[in-house]
Design a protein around this ligand. Structure first.
Ligand code: FBP
Length: 337
C-alpha cells in the first residue's frame, strides 16, 4: 500500500467534502501533541515521568505525573492554533478558555489526556482519547453547559495508544481509520482504512473482580459466556482485561470482541466508572463507525443527553451481536421489573 500520511489523508477527505479545513487542522494539532506525549511516555523512569504527581483531580483520583504532563501538552498545543473556542479535560474541573492573545475558533475539544493511569508505572499500554464538538453559534466564552451535547453531534473522535507502536484511530463520521506513527519520519501513516469490526465474537473484556457487585442481568450474561460450549451460548468465550480502556478498545478494533464496564453496587451512586464526554462518547463514535455497537446496557450511548462534564455512565461496546445480547438481558429484566 502506498504510504499515505495523516496530513495527506485529511487533504483527500477535505477534497471529498468529508471534513472542513478548520476541523482537519485541529485533528493535526491534536495528533502532533500526542506525538509529544508518546515521547514522554516512552522515556519511562529515565525521563522522571513515572509515579504520582502529589496532586488530585476533580474525580478525587491521585494524579500521575504523566496525567499532568499530557494535560499540559494538549492544552499548550491547542491554545494558539485558532481552531478552538475552549477545551475540557478529565484532569480539570472546568473548561479551559483559549487565552485572549490567541484567535478563537468554532470547535470545542474534550480529552482524557492519559487513559489507563493505573498502568503507567508498570509499562502497560496507555493512551489519549479525544472528542470534538461544534461551539454553539454566538458563544464566545464557552462554559460547561456548552459542551453538554449528545454524542451524535460529535464532529470527530479519536484515540492514540502508546504501546509497542504508537497508533492513532480516528473518525469524523466517514468510517474509522488507523494510523501508525513512523518514528523515523515522525509522521502518522495510514495503516488501515475503513475498519470493520466482526459482528460476532468469542472474546470479552470485563473486570471480573467486580462480579459480586454486578446487576442480575450482567451476572446472567457473563455466567452464560463462562459456561461456554456446554452452556446456552453453545460456544467457548475467552477473556482479556488490560485495565486501559484504549488498549482494550484497540484490541476490539483490531480483531473484534466486546468490552464492558457495567453499573455495579460499588459505583451505582456515581452512575458508572467511565466518563461519558471524553471516554464513552468518543469510543462509541469510533466503534459505531466501524460497524460495532455501544450502549449503557439500556440505551445507545451516543443518544444520551449529557448532564455534566464529568458524568459517568455504564459502557457496553464492541461486536454488535454481543452488545445486543447483553443489552437485551438488561432491558428484558427491567421490563419484568
Ligand atoms: P483513567 O485511567 O483515565 O482514569 O480511566 C479509567 C480506566 O483506567 C480505564 O482506562 C479502564 O478501562 C478502567 O479504568 C480500569 O478499571 P479497573 O481499575 O476497575 O480495572
Amino acid at each position: 500500500m502506498k504510504s499515505i500520511s495523516l496530513i495527506q489523508f485529511l487533504i483527500e477527505e477535505r477534497r471529498a467534502g468529508h471534513v472542513n479545513a478548520e476541523l482537519s487542522l485541529l485533528i493535526e494539532v491534536v495528533a502532533r501533541a500526542c506525538k509529544r506525549i508518546a515521547v514522554a511516555t516512552n522515556k519511562g523512569a529515565l525521563g522522571g515521568v513515572l509515579g504520582d504527581a502529589g496532586t488530585g483531580n476533580i474525580q478525587g483520583e491521585a494524579q500521575k505525573k504523566l496525567d499532568v504532563i499530557s494535560n499540559e501538552i494538549l492544552l499548550e498545543a491547542n491554545a494558539w492554533g485558532g481552531q478552538l473556542a475552549a477545551c475540557a479535560s478529565e484532569e480539570m474541573e472546568d473548561p479551559q478558555p483559549i487565552p485572549d492573545m490567541y484567535p478563537k475558533g468554532h470547535h470545542l475539544l474534550l480529552f482524557d489526556p492519559l487513559d489507563g493511569s493505573s498502568n503507567i508505572d508498570v509499562n502497560i499500554s496507555v493512551g489519549t482519547i479525544f472528542s470534538i464538538l461544534r461551539c454553539p453559534d454566538g458563544v464566545t466564552e464557552p462554559k460547561a453547559e456548552h459542551f453538554l451535547q449528545p454524542g451524535t453531534t460529535q464532529l470527530a473522535a479519536g484515540y492514540v495508544v502508546y504501546g509497542p507502536a504508537t497508533v492513532l484511530v480516528l473518525t469524523f463520521g466517514h468510517g474509522t481509520h488507523e494510523f501508525t506513527l513512523d518514528r523515523e519520519v515522525g509522521s502518522f501513516i495510514l495503516s488501515r482504512r475503513d475498519i470493520r469490526i466482526p459482528e460476532e465474537t468469542a472474546e470479552f473484556a470485563i473486570n471480573m473482580s467486580n462480579q459480586r457487585h454486578w446487576e442480575t442481568p450482567m451476572q446472567r450474561y457473563i455466567g452464560e459466556l463462562l459456561a461456554g460450549v456446554d452452556g446456552p451460548r453453545g460456544k467457548d468465550f475467552n477473556m482479556r482485561w488490560v485495565a486501559s480502556m484504549v488498549a482494550d478498545v484497540h484490541r476490539i478494533i483490531t480483531r473484534g470482541g466486546v468490552f464492558f464496564y457495567p453499573l455495579d453496587a460499588k459505583i451505582k451512586a456515581k452512575g458508572g466508572k467511565l466518563r461519558l464526554m471524553y471516554e464513552a462518547n468518543p469510543m462509541a463514535f469510533i466503534i459505531e463507525q466501524a460497524g460495532g455497537a455501544a450502549t449503557t446496557g439500556r440505551e445507545r450511548i451516543m443518544g444520551l443527553q449529557p448532564t455534566g462534564l464529568h458524568q459517568r455512565v455504564p459502557v457496553f461496546l464492541g461486536s454488535r451481536k454481543e452488545v445486543e445480547v447483553a443489552t437485551h438481558y438488561h432491558v428484558e429484566a427491567d421490563r419484568a421489573g
